[in-house]
Ligand binder design. Structure first.
Ligand code: 13P
Length: 253
């Protein structure tokens, strides 16, 4: 077993209907025949809530994992119209969940709510993909590291099992814009996050850090050389099996 397993996670956002399962089927087909590399990576797809039950049932015994995109910050059942709790999502058979995406932060999800969500997701034994990232203005003011540290400190507690949390560094200015950080800049930030997590949370566990923001078959070449990078959170390019597979192909080329 290679020591570093990389993640290729597709975040479909508000995309997908039942027939979109064919995208997973094609990715699964590619994965199965990619004998040369498929022990080196893990594929996770996050469809909308409406598809979780169906997809997780169909992919129960397969190598592609299904992931939820978010949850409510209260658990079990309650009078919260339109909301879905971590407990309810877990019952669909899903074991992974994305928390703290900047698109949700932009709609009012603050550090306190994110903290609640992570706690409840860990209680429900989810693997959490926790998104952090600075916006354009914060980057301009050279506040990137300060922002990342705040986001990490406010959401995670020292007693948490960090093996259940994968951090996705997604600079807000790079999401859906076609702009990506230079490999030098990205590597520097990834290393800083890893060091900070180990020191602050007093852990010897090597945290997993992914990058997200305009990852596609071309931009992935910029990141190949970053050994410290543990994979990608992919938005737009995950809606097409071909684009998603091309990212994996080009990464290992
Ligand atoms: P894009 O890949 O479309 O930039 O989106 C990234 C993202 O937000 C993944 O969570």
């Amino acid at each position: 077993m290679p020591s570093q397993i990389r993640y290729f996670i597709g975040n479909w956002k508000m995309f997908g209907i039942p027939s979109s399962i064919k995208i997973l089927d094609k990715i699964n087909h590619y994965f199965k025949q990619d004998k040369k590399n498929n022990r080196k990576y893990k594929v996770i797809i996050a469809p909308p809530h409406t598809l979780l039950q169906d997809f997780s049932y169909k992919y129960k015994k397969k190598k592609i994992f299904i992931c939820a995109q978010n949850c409510y910050y209260k658990d079990n059942f309650g009078a919260y119209t339109g909301s879905i709790s971590p407990f309810m999502i877990k019952k669909t058979g899903v074991n992974h969940i994305i928390i703290g995406h900047s698109e949700n932060r932009a709609r009012g999800e603050n550090d306190k709510i994110i903290k609640e969500k992570i706690l409840l997701c860990l209680k429900n034994n989810f693997n959490v993909i926790f998104c952090i990232g600075e916006n354009k203005n914060e980057k301009k003011k050279k506040m990137t590291i300060k922002v990342l540290k705040r986001q990490l400190k406010s959401a995670i507690e020292k007693k948490y099992n960090l093996r259940k949390i994968v951090i996705a560094y997604e600079p807000v200015w790079s999401i859906g814009t076609g702009r990506v950080p230079s490999s030098y800049e990205l590597r520097k930030n990834i290393i800083t996050i890893k060091k900070f997590v180990k020191k602050h949370f007093k852990t010897r566990h090597e945290p997993k850090i992914l990058y997200g923001g305009s990852v596609d078959k071309k931009s992935v070449y910029n990141f190949k050389s970053i050994k410290e990078l543990d994979g990608f959170l992919i938005g737009g390019a995950s809606k097409s099996s071909k684009d998603f597979i091309d990212i994996i192909k080009n990464f290992y080329k």
